[in-house]
Ligand binder design. Sequence first.
Ligand SMILES: NC(=O)c1ccc[n+]([C@@H]2O[C@H](COP(=O)([O-])OP(=O)(O)OC[C@H]3O[C@@H](n4cnc5c(N)ncnc54)[C@H](O)[C@@H]3O)[C@@H](O)[C@H]2O)c1
Ligand SMILES: [Zn+2]
Length: 354
Amino acid sequence: MRTSRCFFGKSSWKQCAEELADDRAMLVIDHRIKELYADKLASFKKNFQNVDEVLVKNPEEKKSLDFVKILAEKALDFKLNRGDWAVAIGGGAVLDLAGFFASIYKRGAKLCYLPTTIIAQVDSAYGGKTAVNFGEYKNQLGSFYPADVIGIDTSVLRSLPKKEVYNGLGEVAKYVMLQPDDFVDAKGDIESILNGDISKYNNLVPLCFRIKEKYVDDDFFDTKGKRVALNLGHTIGHAIEKQCKHPLGHGQAVAIGLNFALFVAFYKGKLGINDATKYYELLKPILPGIKYSVFTKYVQQNLCYDKKADKDKLVFIYPLAKGWATEKVTLNFLNMCWNKFAEVNGDVGYFKRG
Ligand SMILES: NC(=O)c1ccc[n+]([C@@H]2O[C@H](COP(=O)([O-])OP(=O)(O)OC[C@H]3O[C@@H](n4cnc5c(N)ncnc54)[C@H](O)[C@@H]3O)[C@@H](O)[C@H]2O)c1
Ligand SMILES: [Zn+2]
């Protein structure tokens, strides 16, 4: 397995550029980043003699084979070789797209990630999973192809729209629940960020990055069951995120999923009321103010499509006071729990054990 060299902080893009200098590079750039950070990009590009760029507008729509073809045509025109670089600059969608492209271009170009959303910095950049969407479904075609170099500069997070901040913090909360050693500081940092103190990203992003790193390095190809923990909160998250009346971003759907997971853990006696309350207080500022019962239909319809589902059962991930555990549970049980959970809108104060 290739390892990634990771740089953090304000000079991280420059450090990456120095690693890449003298080689040819094709930059795949989220168009919002080009609009917002033209000077920063220009100073990154100054390090190269041969550089070309492709802009990606509406990146999730471009996470497709059609756009991979466009990238390949552009790269061939530019005479990008196997030893040259693809550099992804943007959110998780641009990273997944450019990473997938790099993994197949001439059987593997070198790859650099400069992630610009919270999700991309804490989740997509490290771990080697690349993908494009196919047909109706997300991430159906992909590869394991870790970036050679990753540069994480949290200063670019200042321009994120509120919705993306909430989405990112949903994933952050997942990492904090998986490894609650730094719980108090992390909770304070989340609250500070929501109150506008973006300097706190400098604590939270590396914290989550390191937690992800640990899970990935233990199970790079996702075959040993270690990476399954990274799906905490995602069983319900995936089931509700695409419902249409109240469309939720992924991270906010995950926040509700985390709230549900702590409910089920409490209900099954795996989590005491103090720890359940502690996790709920972490999630509260991120949770959307919405009646959970609007999602009931989607939970009933979509749980069976969970990637960990097998006939009428699925592997559910519980948060524990320290760490996590998995257990096979029936879809009927989860639906029953959801109804109870929705009745109290996830509020721990009203939880009762069955
Ligand atoms: N490979 C993995 O391990 C992994 C992990 C998590 C998510 N993902 C993938 O990542 C994608 C979600 O990532 P995302 O949430 O970053 O979405 P995204 O890439 O679609 O970006 C969200 C929005 O933010 C904008 N944006 C990006 N950086 C910005 C900045 N600094 N300021 C202002 N706007 C900015 C983008 O233009 C876009 O409109 C999904 O496709 C998901 O499947 C992959
Ligand atoms: Zn997620």
